[in-house]
Design a protein around this ligand. Structure first.
Ligand code: ADP
Ligand code: ZN
Ligand code: ZN
Length: 751
């Protein structure tokens, strides 16, 4: 690589403004992307610094006219340099242009007006405040009560936290201010405000927690960099362990990034970190404006904060000396980006940790097969926590076989047991959560009598019902006519499943007219903060039953929930991808974990047409290892991740024939390359690369764009990278403005 494209002013607006320089012979092989280099610039050859954005063998203009890089700036290693390196890694691994990758990791700079930071302070003494709280509660003024309760506990609160996370309207605040209950102080700048970081918030770790913390801390002291996986049931105290390690990292002058799925990024969680670390914590979430996000990143760069909490994009916080990354609920699929480059936060975190010499802690009650597999291979160090930190009992789980219910003539969505138990809880004034496992519902067809599901004879996935009476497999293209009778038992009760949360809400109201019901799904949470609002209302016991999709699995603790019903546990099994069982197991286990968080024991009822399915059986026993053993054997057998790797190549065009023709051409090029692999380094063992397709994508057309998909399977990730590079080369040589090609390495869902 003899030429370097250098960027002198790194920001979104200037990413396409690069200058090419020659790499002098004495620097050849030592310069790499991201390096901060010194160059002669402009007419007067003024010496300035810039970043190497790309290295190439093809000169952009006459090499004789190019200037040479002077030197690599050794003593300075700006944060941007690491971000550039990370972007280059992402571009290589996931396939995208360097500019797209850079735009992913660099914050946008936008002019922001000076923001006024406000604090809410409790005015009356504790007794008066408590009296007032009782009045609010009696009058069912829940928002006021919620705020006052929090204020009594905290004495003062950040205005923005209150409006965004506690869902208190400015009008309510104004009213309480007029009532003399609170004071809004806008003089103290938030970042200087002391949310007293206090040790009183720090529990004494129990022996199981301490063992983990000690082990990680000892590595930290010896500067050993590792990836750890903590498998710990919900409530087992993982967060306390994270905080213990973060404290040690900060005390060594380094910083920490904590990733939490956006949906679990609730007021309670964030407040715990603020209480422990005070004002050196900052949070990111998708509702921040570009300017606010940029402001947070600037603070990080200036060294004003030590801990950044946020969803996957928080990874790109420009910390100078990152010491630790924590990924909580690491199995969550929201850690994978849906945009190019389609990166997985766990993988990027590993690379980022490597660049900084930092450690990585992954935590989950139900780790992804990927992470557990890595742990089993000895690449991650595994810890387990299988007791709840505060003495609480694990829930009792029972399975209802819906086929039996049907035989008894019960066609309602509630089995006998669940219905009886709901009545019981309503009587006892306890709360119920009903979980509709609707995710992954993709038009699969099943028999209501025997539970048989129409699957592809060549792949272990369910067939999808298409209009025109066809059943299609999206992995191999197999198709057959739709059926009117079950091929197993002959029953005519075969067909697609359709039951939404709304229908369920209506049924609940019919069967339990006395119950107050809240519904949470994509429809009811469209409005900003409505998610948090529904959960707060339920936590305040403004409803008896909360019914919802997988959204309700996360977030708040509900001490009065003593019954969790999972209405159609198998629904997610029929999604047409290889991770269906894993996702089902995770969803069921997490949902079951919601029951009995207080001092009451909880009950869980799993209703299913397939009670014998291993993901349902193991979830009901809360047996992760049992599930893992069975699932990993299946992945091995069929060559799916994490044992093998899968690359999806998606070709899109507004013209159907174009998409098809282009995908076919790519597949021919790849086929040929695989066949005479000896000419290509890395593709010599052609027989272990599998090419599937091209075929119509599951959703063949989205917004008038036709989609064709190709899958490549190989044990060696390097081979898939070669395939990707080859495809990129083909794209470069055969440009077509009407075609868009994207890559997805180890996709979490089918295309
Ligand atoms: P997880 O992150 O595994 O869900 P948390 O760290 O949130 O678990 O802990 C669950 C609850 O138990 C929290 O209310 C937490 O404050 C409390 N807790 C955790 N560890 C301890 C401990 N060692 N002593 C007392 N309470 C604890
Ligand atoms: Zn049948
Ligand atoms: Zn198939």
């Amino acid at each position: 690589m003899s030429y370097a494209n250098i960027i002198v002013n790194i920001s979104h607006e200037n990413l396409d403004k690069t200058f090419q320089y020659t790499v002098p012979s004495h620097l050849e092989g030592t310069v790499s992307v991201g390096d901060y280099v010194s160059i002669p610039f402009g007419k007067g050859n003024r010496q300035i610094n810039g970043y190497v954005m790309e290295l190439t063998d093809t000169p952009a203009f006459d090499p004789a006219k190019q200037k040479e890089i002077l030197s690599i700036v050794k003593d300075a290693d700006p944060v941007e340099s690491k971000l550039l390196k990370l972007a280059a890694w992402m571009k290589e691994r996931y396939g995208s242009t360097m500019i797209t990758a850079l735009k992913t990791v660099l914050p946008t700079r936008k002019k922001i007006r000076g923001q006024e930071k406000k604090t809410i302070i409790l005015v009356p003494d504790a007794d008066t405040a408590a009296d007032q709280l009782r009045i609010f509660e009696q009058k069912h003024q829940t928002a006021r009560a919620r705020l006052l309760r929090e204020l009594i506990r905290e004495k003062e609160l950040d205005y923005r936290l209150v409006t965004s996370k506690l869902n208190i309207s400015p009008a309510t605040l104004k009213l309480l201010e007029e009532m003399g209950i609170l004071r809004i102080d806008s003089e103290r700048v938030y970042r200087n405000m002391k949310i007293e970081a206090s040790d009183s918030m720090k529990p004494v770790l129990n022996p199981a927690q301490k063992k983990i913390a000690d082990s990680i801390l000892s590595d930290l002291k010896q500067n050993k960099r590792k990836t750890y996986l903590i498998r710990g049931i919900t409530g087992s105290g993982k967060t306390e362990v994270y905080m213990e390690i973060i404290e040690a990292v900060i005390s060594r002058g380094r910083q920490a990034i904590v990733l939490i799925p956006e949906i679990a990024l609730t007021y309670q969680t964030v407040l715990r970190f603020y209480k422990r670390f005070g004002d050196r914590v900052s949070t990111l979430h998708s509702k921040l404006s570009e300017g606010e996000r940029y402001d947070q990143f600037e603070r990080a760069k200036k060294g004003e904060i030590d801990v950044m909490i946020g969803p996957r994009s928080a990874l790109f916080t420009p910390f100078g000396n990152l010491g630790l990354i924590v990924i909580d609920e690491e199995h969550e699929s929201t850690y994978k980006s849906e945009n190019m480059p389609k990166y997985h936060a766990r993988e990027v975190a590993e690379e980022l940790a490597r660049l900084h010499g930092a450690s990585l802690i992954l935590g989950s009650a139900t780790p992804s097969l990927n992470s557990y597999y890595e742990a089993m291979q000895g690449n991650y160090q595994l810890f387990t926590l299988d007791q709840r930190a505060k003495e609480a009992h694990l829930p009792e789980v029972e399975i209802t076989d819906l086929r039996e219910e049907l035989k008894k003539g019960n066609r309602s969505i509630f089995g006998t047991s669940l219905r009886e138990q709901i009545f019981d809880r309503l009587e006892k004034n306890e709360q119920v959560m009903l979980f509709l496992n609707r995710r992954g519902y993709a038009g699969f067809v099943s028999c209501r009598s025997c539970g048989h599901v129409m699957t592809c004879p060549h792949c272990d996935v369910s067939l999808s019902e298409h209009r025109g009476g066809k059943l299609i497999c999206h992995y191999c293209g197999y198709e057959q006519k739709s059926v009117t009778a079950c091929p197993e038992c002959g029953s005519k009760m075969i067909g697609g499943m359709r039951a939404g949360t709304q229908q369920i809400e209506e049924q609940i109201k019919k069967i339990f007219p006395q119950a107050r019901v809240l519904r949470m799904d994509a429809d009811t949470t469209k409005k900003k903060d409505s998610y948090e609002q529904i959960l707060s209302a339920f936590a305040n016991r403004e409803a008896d039953i909360l019914v919802g999709t997988q959204m309700i699995v996360k977030g708040h603790d509900f001490p009065y929930v003593t019954l969790v019903g999972i209405l159609a546990a198998d629904l997610s099994l029929y999604a047409n991808d290889y991770r269906a069982s894993e996702r089902t197991f995770q969803l069921l286990t997490q949902a079951a974990g919601r029951a009995g968080r207080g001092d009451r024991t909880g009950n869980v009822v799993i209703q299913t047409y397939q009670p014998e399915h291993y993901s349902i059986v193991y979830a009901s026993k809360q047996d992760y290892e049992g599930f893992y053993t069975e699932e990993i054997a299946y992945r091995k057998l069929l060559g799916y991740p994490p044992v093998s790797h899968l690359l999806a190549i998606l070709c899109e065009s507004s013209e159907e024939e174009k998409a098809e023709a282009y995908a076919r051409q790519i597949s021919q090029v790849l086929k040929k390359a695989i066949e005479d692999g000896q000419s290509l380094s890395g593709l010599t063992e052609y027989d272990i690369i599998n090419l599937i397709g091209p075929a119509d994508a599951t959703v063949k057309k989205i917004s008038d764009v036709y989609r064709q998909v190709l899958y490549l399977k190989a044990q060696d990730m390097q081979k898939l990278k070669t395939v990707k590079d080859l495809t990129e080369q083909y794209l470069e040589e055969h440009p077509d403005a009407k075609i868009r090609v994207t890559f997805d390495l180890d996709p979490l869902h089918g295309y």
